[in-house]
Design a protein around this ligand. Structure first.
Ligand code: ADP
Length: 277
């Protein structure tokens, strides 16, 4: 474990009170380095959103610790949580209705967060325009959310999350309502933003396709990190995701091209994969 990690989570436990209590996080450890783009996947209910809420200072941990940029994140300290979300952490939620104000245009939506930190209007408008350009929407500054596609709305939401130059963006299933092409665009954007601004990104999804766009994918199961797929081992092997879908090895695809369909036969414990062409 690197002591220089930007996001450092140690032995994180979250138990929700109730009869019986629900233990959601069970000693979770996580390190995300500065300027890393990390995907977090796992089945519904495994604790992904709870982890993101704790990282954003919206929820307290039952035990364990979270540090971002060396500062302890404490979900019980409301004022510190507000400061964290204004300056250090940018948040992108699932739906445009949660991310954007419907009566404001794209530029005003992106600039909104700057008002809370007292940035002067001219500077925040300039930065909002720059961020809209960065997410490929320079020509839609005056569009209201309802005039934008779902993918465009999420790109505006990502620009809005960046307005106060956060060190890290936390995105909770930002593509859940999008088709594959729009999802690819949104995921690709995180890498672009990291390249342009050096922003660290932790993005939650249940889509294994996310793996094509991030440095590594952490697999969450039962309240802890259960495994990791780096780009290297994704390239070299067939990966089965939580829904039982397989990702074909890159060298298999390079040899045969992308098939229309594949046939999978069993040979003892081995699966034999044949393309249609
Ligand atoms: P995921 O994002 O992976 O779908 P969540 O973090 O939303 O998982 O939820 C994990 C578990 O915690 C679920 O079983 C959920 O019902 C439970 N949970 C989430 N929030 C609360 C809460 N405020 N009180 C009690 N249980 C909760």
């Amino acid at each position: 474990m690197s002591s220089a990690a930007l996001v450092e989570v140690r032995d994180l436990v979250k138990v929700y009170a109730g009869e019986p209590p629900t233990t959601v996080l069970r000693g979770l450890d996580l390190d995300v380095d500065a300027a890393e783009v990390v995907g977090l996947i796992g089945p519904s209910g495994c604790g992904k959103s709870t982890l993101l809420r704790i990282l954003a200072g919206r929820e307290s941990a039952t035990a364990g610790s979270v540090h971002i940029g060396g500062t302890r994140v404490d979900g019980d300290d409301d004022a510190a949580g507000v400061r964290l979300r204004r300056h250090t952490v940018g948040i992108v939620r699932q739906g445009a209705d949660l991310n954007l104000v419907s009566h404001l245009d794209a530029l005003a939506n992106v600039a909104l967060g700057a008002d809370f930190v007292g940035t002067n209007r001219r500077r925040s408008t300039e930065r909002a325009a720059h961020l809209l350009d960065l997410v490929g929407l320079a020509d839609r500054t005056t569009a209201k959310p309802a005039e934008l596609s779902g993918g465009q709305q999420q790109r505006v939401a990502i620009a809005a999350a960046l307005i106060n130059e956060p060190a890290v963006v936390l995105a909770d299933e930002p593509t859940s309502a999008l088709d594959r092409r729009s999802s690819d665009q949104v995921w690709g954007l995180f890498d672009h933003i990291r390249g342009q601004l050096g922003t660290t990104v932790l993005v939650v999804s249940h889509e294994m396709a996310l793996a094509d766009h991030v440095d590594r994918v952490l697999q969450m199961a039962d309240g802890a990190i259960a495994g990791e797929h780096s780009a290297a081992n994704l390239d070299g092997s067939t990966v089965v995701d939580q829904r039982g879908r397989i990702r074909l090895p890159a060298d298999w695809l390079a040899d045969r091209g992308t098939p229309e369909s594949v046939r999978i036969d069993r040979d003892g414990d081995d699966l034999i994969i044949r393309g249609d062409g």
